[in-house]
Design a protein around this ligand. Structure first.
Ligand code: CU
Length: 65
């Protein structure tokens, strides 16, 4: 992957943004994480394994659609 955009309906506040940014940012190969609170999307840039990114979102407590 170079860029992956996930829809994560559970994002509702700055805490969610911080939690997801921290978990996904820790995935090997991820170079940037942008969480859009208004659109409830997570844009991930880098050469990371998509399954690992999705797992990180889950570990943060959210479900990617
Ligand atoms: Cu929140």
């Amino acid at each position: 992957m170079n860029e992956l955009v996930l829809s994560v309906p559970g994002i509702s506040c700055g805490h969610c943004v911080n939690a997801i940014t921290a978990e996904v940012g820790a995935v090997p190969g991820v170079t940037a994480v942008q969480v859009d609170l208004a659109c409830q999307t997570v844009r991930v840039t880098g050469e990371a394994d998509e399954a690992a990114v999705r797992r990180a979102v889950r570990e943060a407590g959210y479900d990617a659609v």
